[in-house]
Design a protein around this ligand. Structure first.
Ligand SMILES: Nc1ncnc2c1ncn2[C@@H]1O[C@H](COP(=O)(O)OP(=O)(O)OP(=O)(O)O)[C@@H](O)[C@H]1O
Ligand SMILES: [Mg+2]
Length: 362
């Protein structure tokens, strides 16, 4: 008989919520740590420790109560992970995936070393650097904060000298990136277990609007050769960097080339489709990876289009009726604010173009 375990999660947002739902299904208990008293993860977890991520008493409590600890976002403080490790907490992913993915230069350096292409990039500390470096990267280019950005926040497009002149830099680290004129954006969720086993989910084709993921189409409408390249590169990244746990990796496609964009050591928005279109979801496999369980073979059961639901989509989502093919997931956040991710809908079926048209009709 399967032994019930307790899973500790640093973070209590929607990813933690869905991880808790998956854990519950598998017979495990969950403890989340989140400073937000209204975090949506609390509705699905058994225990919510409502303290800061750096609160030592709270972290000690997590260590005592959890058989295994994980994180649901990449900006968890490295110090908190070190504290857990020093206090005999079992956090198999450790700090390496956080350390590398928390900084865009560090992650691009790590991946470039493996021979995987990225957009040309340069680390920038001040306006003078920027004025020199733009000569090497050229227009148009993207200036991004090295850390803390998400959903396209902390990014500025530089199209000409005028943009360059107008931009004001804070006293922090930036990265200047060549703008890739890509044909498609795709992502791959790869997971490596404590036992070093690796599994990948099918590649997703991502459609962004204003820098934010709008929908993911699976199977991605790309050639078999590109799909293999993406899957093999993803496996190589997780293996060579010796990471454990889930890793969502984003790539751009231009012609026959793939360019690594960024990665996150957690379940990924673009893999939410797995909840209704695969035999196991990314959350199920995340749990298996940290518990040291053998991975099942991942099967795509049908085509799927995942549509993100934002605060402004409240009336739109009310019109969507659930069925065997249409699965609505609302995270239970209390405020429907424009631009805030409130849920997602998985539209399943065989004909991808038909599904895309259906999604566009909402
Ligand atoms: N070098 C680039 N060339 C062209 N487009 C880019 C480049 N970098 C980023 N973008 C566009 O901006 C989007 C957001 O960029 P990125 O993924 O780096 O940031 P993010 O804020 O972490 O986004 P998210 O949280 O949605 O993953 C990308 O999905 C892509 O559409
Ligand atoms: Mg991204």
């Amino acid at each position: 008989m399967k032994q019930s375990k307790s899973i500790g999660i640093l973070g209590g947002g929607q990813l933690a919520k869905m991880l808790c739902d998956s854990a519950k299904k598998m017979g495990y208990k969950t403890i989340i740590l989140d400073p937000d008293s209204e975090s949506c993860g609390k509705f699905s977890s058994n225990i919510h420790i409502n303290k800061s991520y750096k609160d030592e008493e709270a972290l000690k409590k997590m260590c005592v109560m959890s058989d295994v600890i994980t994180y649901e976002f990449e900006n968890v403080s490295i110090d908190s992970v070190e504290f857990i490790e020093k206090n005999s907490g079992n956090i198999p992913q450790g700090k390496a995936p956080l350390y590398i993915s928390q900084n865009r230069v560090r992650e691009k350096n790590a991946v470039s070393r493996l021979g995987i292409k990225t957009a040309k990039y340069i680390q920038v500390f001040n306006k003078k650097d920027l004025e020199n470096d733009i000569l090497k990267i050229g227009f148009p280019s993207l200036l991004k904060t090295c850390s803390g950005g998400y959903d396209g926040k902390g990014q500025w497009k530089l199209v000409n000298e005028c943009d360059l002149e107008n931009i004001k830099l804070e006293n922090r680290e930036y990265i200047l990136e060549e703008m890739i004129d890509f044909e498609k954006e795709v992502s791959c969720l790869v997971v490596r277990g404590v036992n070093k086993e690796i599994v990948t989910f099918p590649v997703g084709e991502n459609i962004h609007e204003k820098g934010i993921l709008k929908m993911t189409i699976v199977p991605a409408r790309i050639s078999k050769a590109l799909e293999t390249k993406i899957v093999e590169s993803s496996k190589m990244i997780i293996e060579e960097l010796d990471f454990v746990g889930p890793l969502g990796i984003e790539f751009f496609i231009k012609g026959d080339e793939i360019y690594f964009n960024e990665m996150a050591p957690r379940p990924h928005n673009s893999a939410h489709y797995t909840m209704d279109a695969c035999n196991f979801s990314q959350f199920d496999i995340h749990l298996m990876s940290i518990l040291g369980l053998n991975f099942p073979e991942i099967k795509l059961l049908n085509g799927v289009v995942m549509l993100n639901i934002f605060g402004e989509d409240r009336t739109k989502v009310e019109k969507i009726s659930e069925s065997k093919e249409v699965k609505v997931h609302i995270y239970g956040k209390n405020l429907w604010k424009p631009g805030r991710k409130m849920g997602h809908v998985n539209f399943c079926g065989e004909d991808i173009e038909e599904l895309i048209n259906l999604v566009k009709s909402f």
